[in-house]
Design a protein around this ligand. Structure first.
Ligand SMILES: [Zn+2]
Length: 81
């Protein structure tokens, strides 16, 4: 389950590569967590949404575990203090 505070409406387009923007040359391969803007559930599956910092395109991919949620939470940990 995705915690309420991380949920956003379904948006963006599916991205097969997960971390490479398909509209420009940007690749978030090594720091994708920095660009995640939220998570949504669809058809009983969890999806991660990220936004390309270069062109603003939004992408989503299927997350099969809670790993992305944990990394996202760790990355933003300092926001809560
Ligand atoms: Zn882009």
């Amino acid at each position: 389950m995705i915690p309420l505070k991380y949920r956003i409406p379904k948006q963006g387009r599916p991205n097969k590569s997960v971390s490479d923007c398909e509209e420009c040359d940007f690749s978030a391969l090594h720091n994708l967590v920095e660009y995640i803007i939220g998570f949504f559930e669809y058809n009983g599956m969890d999806f991660v949404v990220w936004e390309c910092p270069e062109c603003g395109s939004k992408w989503y991919f299927h997350s099969r575990s809670n790993a992305w949620l944990r990394w996202y939470e760790d990355y933003h940990e300092n926001d809560y203090y």
